[in-house]
Design a protein around this ligand. Structure first.
Ligand code: HEM
Length: 221
């Protein structure tokens, strides 16, 4: 008699835990998430350029392994991670400014909510560490979405026209510092947590460098 309710409770708990991850993996269900779509422009940098950038960042196959190790650890923590990151942006006036609604002057909740869904997918994509042409082209697209004229278009937001360049790579530090406790929550050894964290720092910095392209004068990236 007793095992059945227990099993039911366990099933319900597992379903609740796996729900965010399941939605994060069904990429087409996320409005505005267009990785791999033909409509995307080809990145103005090549996979060979990416290899050279990786070398400079000391980003190796070991980092790929540790990013992939982080995937299962983060899978059922995505919403909690996003709560922390959004909490940081919301409580930092210099940053929440970029989600401001031009008419009301207040943060645009619909815009924040729409971007958050793609941010959740970005956690999974970063942990996948699958650096093919589709990924590279989407890095270019993400850069464009932080800049004029592409910012706001995906979500039809009425907001400020660009994220200022100086904040882009800077956000690597709060994003990866606040991620570390989540990496440690599932019983990985301290050494593995350090290596996953280091891999995330390198990957996020690498991505913000790729996203910087639209800010840089022609020929100087
Ligand atoms: C480590 C640095 C950063 C990371 C990892 C990051 C990540 C992301 C991701 C994953 C998206 C959604 C991309 C997509 O559409 O698929 C996004 C969009 C956006 N981010 Fe960032 N971002 C960073 C820096 C910043 C900074 C400093 C700001 C300033 C508040 C910012 C504001 C925005 C805004 C406003 C959008 C929506 C752009 C649009 O209108 O499409 N981001 N970001």
């Amino acid at each position: 008699m007793k095992p059945q309710p227990l099993t039911a409770a366990l099933m319900a708990a597992l379903a609740a835990i796996s729900a965010p991850n399941a939605s994060a993996q069904s990429a087409p269900a996320i409005p505005g998430y267009t990785m791999g779509q033909k409509s995307l422009a080809k990145a103005p940098y090549t996979l060979a350029d990416l290899e050279s950038l990786k070398k400079t960042l000391l980003f190796t196959d070991e980092d790929v392994r540790y990013l992939r190790m982080s995937k299962a650890i983060l899978a059922d923590q995505t919403e909690a991670v996003l709560d922390v990151w959004y909490g940081f942006v919301a409580s930092t006036p210099e940053l929440v400014f970029y989600f401001k609604n031009n008419k009301t002057g207040a943060p645009d909740a619909a815009y924040l909510g729409a971007v958050r869904k793609r941010f959740g997918q970005w956690i999974a994509d970063t942990a996948n560490a699958n650096y093919d042409q589709a990924w590279l082209d989407y890095q270019y697209e993400i850069g464009l979405r932080h800049t004029t004229p592409r910012k706001n278009k995906t979500d039809q937001a009425d907001s400020v026209p660009l994220v200022n360049f100086r904040y882009l790579s800077a956000l690597t530090i709060p994003v990866t510092t606040t991620l570390k406790p989540f990496l440690a929550k599932k019983g990985a050894s301290a050494a593995d947590v350090e290596k996953m964290h280091a891999a995330w720092v390198k990957s996020v910095l690498m991505q913000t460098i790729l996203w910087s392209h639209p800010y840089v004068r022609d020929g100087q990236f």
